[in-house]
Write a protein that binds this ligand. Sequence first.
Ligand code: 13P
Length: 287
Amino acid sequence: MLVSAKEMLQKAKAGHYAVGQFNINNLEWTKAILQTAQELNSPVILGVSEGAGKYMTGYKTVVGMVNGMMEELNITVPVALHLDHGSYEGCLKCIEAGFSSIMFDGSHYPIEENVAKTTELVKITAEKGMSLEAEVGSIGGEEDGVIGKGECADPKECKAIADLGVTMLAAGIGNIHGKYPDNWEGLSFETLDAIQQLTGDMPLVLHGGTGIPEDMIKKAISLGVAKINVNTECQLAFADATRKYIEAGKDLEGKGFDPRKLLAPGAEAIKATVKEKMELFGSVGKA
Ligand code: 13P
């Protein structure tokens, strides 16, 4: 059964490790992540962006697939199914469809509006026993070819949102989605430290986990990060393994064109990436 991310993240924060959120795109992705979490006895959060939800034909399909897979694969570790960067409407749809966790990304609104909409969702998710992630300070990334420098959140605004009763808080600390540019200045630990001092026990979320050096990940965890999101890195690993399979002409050997064979190296590559991250984040054996 799907669970809220609350308990796993509070345990992670207290135990000084982080739980990975791995974004899913299809059946292969979901299966690879769930199997790895079970094998390593690690809690896990499956992230679904609004775009990925649409691609998989809708949130109800995603809920059906994940619930069915957990039963058929005998997954017993804690799994949260989480909407990633949701709009207000997207959050309502996921609550209705049976997700166990949502992120409302109101970072692009003026702080008053972010507070008002987050407050509404705190009420609804509390009634349903779901977890809610809020965001302060937008997280940069490549948009129309322009790479934004990750914004740093205002710690006082972080406290204002944390005090509304959200489960976990994403704050911009110079992180961006996708690959980091060569001239990236790194994470702002000064900002992270100031946010943690004001928000106390609140589990903090680090977006843009792809390509952040290991020492920075460890330092971020020591300063209160309890959830780390990874998406692009699994996509790159999948694409790389699939390209190698095709370039080696394996799809032309025997029944190598069978999708169950063609997609297998990519799925194995996702498993290896997820394993590496769970070991780095320290969530192995923490289910
Ligand atoms: P990356 O794609 O950079 O790993 O970021 C993932 C993320 O933060 C999803 O919200």
